[in-house]
Design a binder for this molecule. Structure first.
Ligand SMILES: [Zn+2]
Length: 342
C-alpha cells in the first residue's frame, strides 16, 4: 500500500499560516536535510533516535504524538521502515506524506541479494568515469544483470532469505532503501522539501528556496572533493557489514565486493559468511567495514588477521543531529573509506 503524494497536487488548505509548520522526519539524515531547508524558521521533529536501526523499531509515545500533530511527514518510505507506514496512515492521516524514495527522478537501485557482488566489466575500463561529472547514472544499466542473480536466489531459498522477509512483513519489492546515501538524491530532495514547505507556509517560501539552493551548492563542492580524494581507490576491493552503500559507491566511484548482511539487515546465514570469507581470501581484500550500531564480533570473525576493520556510519549516529549532520555524514564516510582503503 504505497501512499504517494507528489508535490504539486497536494495543496489543500491552510496556505498562509502564522505559525511555523509542524514537520516530522524519520531518520537523522532526512531530518538534517529538512532542518537545513527550514533553517531560520523552525526545527523539524525526528522520529527515530540515534542508534536505533530503521529496519525494525518501535515508536515511543512522544514520537507517535509528534506524528499526530504533523502537517508534513518527510520519510524515506516503507521499503526502509515498513513499521512506520501504518503509523503515518493512521496517526498522520491529515498530513502530507512525502516518501522520498518515490520522488520522481530519484535514483533507485535494486537490492543486491548475493553475498558476493557481481563485478561490472565496464568499471575496469572506465576508471575515470566519476571525473565526467553526473553521468554516473549510466552505470545503472548494468543492474539489469542483477535480475539474473535474483532468479538464481529464488531457486536457493535454503538460504532462508525469503522466509526472513515474510517474518518481518517486508513488502519486499527489491528496492535498496538506503537512497539518502546518494548525494544526487539528497540534492533532488532539497528542492522537493522546499517546494512542499512553501505550499503549506508560503510566508517563508523564499527562505526555503534560498536555503535549499545553498545546500545544493555545498553538496556539489563536497561531492567534487570526495570524488577527488577517493579516485585512487576506484578499483580497491572491500567488504561492508550491511549492504547500505551502493548509492554512495555509485556516486563517488567505489565498488564493494560483498556484504555480510543484506540491505534489510537480516541476519546472515552460515553459507553467506562462508562466501564472504572465501572472497576476502581469494581477492586479497584488505578492508572490511563494521558499523557503530551493530556488534562487530561478526566482522572480526570473517576478517583474517592483518585485514583492516573500518567503520561506516550510514545514519550518522555518532554525529550531532541538525542541518550539518548530512554533509558531515558523507564527509566522515569518505574519510573512513580513504583510511581503510589506503
Ligand atoms: Zn540499512
Amino acid at each position: 500500500m504505497l501512499k504517494k503524494i507528489f508535490v504539486g497536487l497536494a495543496v489543500t488548505a491552510g496556505s498562509a499560516q502564522a505559525e511555523a509548520p509542524k514537520v516530522v522526519t524519520d531518520i537523522a539524515p532526512v531530518h538534517s536535510l529538512v532542518a537545513r531547508v527550514m533553517q531560520g524558521v523552525t526545527e523539524p521533529s525526528l522520529i527515530m533516535p540515534a542508534g536505533s536501526s530503521p529496519h525494525n523499531y518501535a515508536m515511543r509515545p512522544s514520537e507517535a504524538r509528534a506524528l499526530q500533530q504533523a502537517e508534513v511527514v518527510f520519510w524515506v518510505g516503507e521499503d526502509l521502515t515498513p513499521w512506520l507506514e501504518r503509523s503515518v496512515d493512521t496517526l498522520a492521516s491529515d498530513a502530507m506524506s512525502v516518501e522520498l524514495l518515490h520522488v520522481e527522478g530519484g535514483l533507485l537501485l535494486p537490492m543486491r541479494e548475493n553475498a558476493v557482488f557481481a563485478q561490472h566489466e565496464d568499471h575496469e575500463e572506465d576508471g575515470d568515469h566519476h571525473a565526467e561529472g553526473h553521468d554516473d547514472h549510466d552505470d545503472h544499466d548494468d543492474h539489469d544483470d542483477h535480475d539474473d542473480h535474483d532468479d538464481h536466489d529464488d531457486a536457493h531459498t535454503d538460504q532462508g532469505n525469503d522466509k526472513h522477509h515474510d517474518e518481518h512483513g517486508h513488502a519486499h519489492d527489491g528496492n535498496d532503501p538506503h537512497v539518502w546515501l546518494s548525494p544526487e538524491n539528497a540534492k533532488l530532495w532539497l528542492g522537493v522539501i522546499a517546494e512542499t514547505l512553501s505550499e503549506i507556509d508560503s510566508n517563508n517560501a523564499e527562505l526555503y528556496s534560498v536555503n535549499a539552493a545553498a545546500a545544493v551548492s555545498e553538496l556539489d563542492d563536497l561531492v567534487d572533493r570526495m570524488r577527488g580524494d577517493l579516485a585512487p581507490y576506484a578499483e580497491t576491493p572491500f567488504v561492508v557489514f550491511h549492504d547500505a552503500y551502493q548509492y554512495f559507491e555509485a556516486s563517488i566511484g567505489l565498488q564493494a565486493r560483498g556484504a555480510l548482511q543484506l540491505s534489510d539487515a537480516s541476519t546472515p546465514s552460515a553459507a553467506r559468511l562462508h562466501d564472504i570469507q572465501e572472497e576476502i581470501a581469494e581477492q586479497g581484500i584488505q578492508c572490511v567495514f563494521a558499523e557503530p550500531q551493530f556488534n562487530d564480533a561478526i566482522v572480526h570473525s570473517v576478517a583474517p588477521d592483518g585485514v583492516k576493520i573500518g567503520l561506516l556510519d550510514p545514519l550518522g549516529v555518532e554525529l550531532g543531529t541538525g542541518p550539518s549532520l548530512y554533509p558531515n555524514l558523507l564527509n566522515a564516510m569518505a574519510k573512513s573509506f580513504e583510511k581503510c582503503l589506503k
